[in-house]
Design a protein around this ligand. Sequence first.
Ligand SMILES: [Fe+2]
Length: 322
Amino acid sequence: MGHMAAGAAALGLAAPGKSQNRDPVGVVVASDIHLLPDQPLSARSFMMFVEDVNERLPDARYVLLLGDLMDWGTDESFELMAELQGHLRPRVLGALGNHDFSPKLEGDETGERSDARSLERFVDYLSYAPGPYYSFAAGNVRFIVLATERYHSNPSDVAYGGWISDAQIQWLDGQLATAEAAHEAVILCSHHGIMGRAWHTDVKPYSLNPAGPLDEVLASRRVDVSFSGHVHGQVQAQPEMIERAAGTTWVNGGALSHFRDGRMQCRYFELVDGARSIAVRSRDVADVRETPEADHPTGCFLQELDVEVELGHIIDLSGETP
Ligand SMILES: [Fe+2]
């Protein structure tokens, strides 16, 4: 790229300080690995994804993993997950899912201590950031990663919903205000969908609970894209994995451990300097119909989905270091 930029500048084709020739920044979005240390097939499924990214997506610079990294947040699972993620060539940025929480501690009626300990484990083992929710920027594209907690939402032992603390909502509001002031496009990442319901259902356990904790923030701040996981494809009657509401396009990231018809899918898009939009593509990681991995259960997308999303700001990668 250096040659092209220098050549263009020498010919007077590029405005000073502006380059349209920066390498695209590839971003892989995937979710719901549900790693089980005592089931080798689950680790092998994830390694098929690692191989796909490392070998066939040379421009991938980030991998967003949208929670339910493991099936149960034990130390053993965290350790193995950290080890497997270490094989990915791009930088990994993960989010917490309800399955990444540990069993409820004895005597912890509200689940608050259990949640707190799980949040610490997540930060310690996976070291994405100094806290369980965090943000980072690629050029002027701001990625905000939420941590949806579990027991606060559903006090019973089996809990699928996501809860967001007031402190985190305040933090999100601040992040969005700062991003807007800095002319950044915003991509929000979370395990649970932020639209207050799961795919064309109002099934409570599958959404944020109580519903709509972000409504006020989302009504007053701009979010260009929201990626989430959690819903693998088995609860919705309809195949849509995308929804547009209040200026935000919501896209499901895909479930890696969960095969339907032998396919395992994720998403991929590229940030292109000077572009006004991103094209989020649905990507087949592997066809496992004839392999032992087919025994690692359940469903993924019902059909492929590509979507073009216009951003609030033109992508500027001048601040991005390769
Ligand atoms: Fe989940």
